[in-house]
Design a protein around this ligand. Structure first.
Ligand code: FE2
Length: 291
């Protein structure tokens, strides 16, 4: 088994480990430290059953059932199936997930701190996942912007990315917008936060999951989003994960910006996703949310 840094700015890779290895405390510590200190851990090519994936997730916190029940794994409600594949003519999961740069669920008040993916059927020619470190993005902000953004509040929303569903047909645009505000109220987070594990400052927010920076006018907002996009997209500071079968990928949701790249036409791709709440978080009732 080998543990290596993937890039100087993000990620740790573990190769040659199987499920029994990860069960050993000293190996699991490498995973936990890796994700807490370097935002992202890739365990290459590890065969896992859905049950084993959930067991590993439970060692980081509390795996939570996916919000939309029809995309949950039929036997394991904690697993969300991200897939473009069909079974008996019906989608087996959610297609086109996360195809824009974001930090997971930043539009809710308390996002689950970790996300874990297991690649079941993954092409190596497309459908990559790109990662950038929000602390590294902060470090690269021009000094004047660090001063401008200190103590600012970001207003987060899922509205730009909410999908229109069949039951919305017939609503006016104004009615649809009003419905979004009720079902998915905007939330506020400090724009610059300090990571609890590394002590580093990081930018919390992205164009697609934000409405605005409180107190900025339209031009200032656009200037901020354009700068943020430039820093996040900078390929010298982006790690592109080219999947190999059975890769297990774990990241810290607040600091790991990521984006899923397109899957080429005619190619199937299926990944099992588990969202992991902090073990101390209040247990919330599972409800079906619309998204
Ligand atoms: Fe995501």
């Amino acid at each position: 088994m080998k543990v290596t840094r993937i890039t100087p700015f993000i990620g740790v890779e573990i190769t040659g480990a199987d499920y029994a290895d990860l069960a050993r405390p000293e190996v699991w510590d490498e995973v936990v430290n890796g994700v807490n200190q370097h935002e992202l851990v890739i365990v290459r090519g590890i065969e896992l059953t859905p049950q084993q994936q959930i067991e590993l997730a439970a060692r980081l916190g509390r795996p939570v059932p996916f919000v939309i029940s029809k995309y949950r794994h039929p036997e394991f409600e904690e697993i969300m199936i991200s897939s473009n594949e069909l079974k008996d003519g019906k989608p087996i999961g959610v297609a086109r997930v996360g195809n824009f740069w974001h930090q997971d669920s930043s539009f809710v008040a308390e996002p689950a701190p970790y996300t874990m993916l297991h690649g079941l059927n993954v092409p190596s020619t497309s459908g990559h996942t790109k990662f950038a470190n929000a602390a590294d993005v902060y470090d690269r902000l021009p000094e004047e912007w660090k001063a401008r953004l200190a103590d600012r509040i970001g207003v987060h929303t899922v509205a730009k990315r909410l999908r229109i569903r069949p039951e919305h047909v017939g609503l006016s645009v104004a009615e649809f917008k009003a419905l979004i505000d009720i079902e998915h109220p905007k939330v506020q987070h400090p724009l610059i936060r300090k990571d609890e594990f590394t002590g580093r400052e990081y930018v919390y927010g992205s164009r697609e999951y934000m409405d605005s920076v409180l107190g900025f006018d339209l031009n200032e907002n656009e200037e901020f989003f354009a700068l943020l996009d430039r820093l996040i997209h900078d390929e010298e500071h982006v790690y592109t994960h080219v999947w190999s079968p059975n890769d297990l990928v774990i990241w810290k949701t607040v600091t790991a910006y990521h984006v899923a790249t397109e899957v080429e036409p005619g190619v199937g791709r299926t990944v099992h996703r588990v969202s992991i709440e902090s073990a101390e978080a209040e247990v919330r009732p599972v409800e079906e949310k619309v998204q």
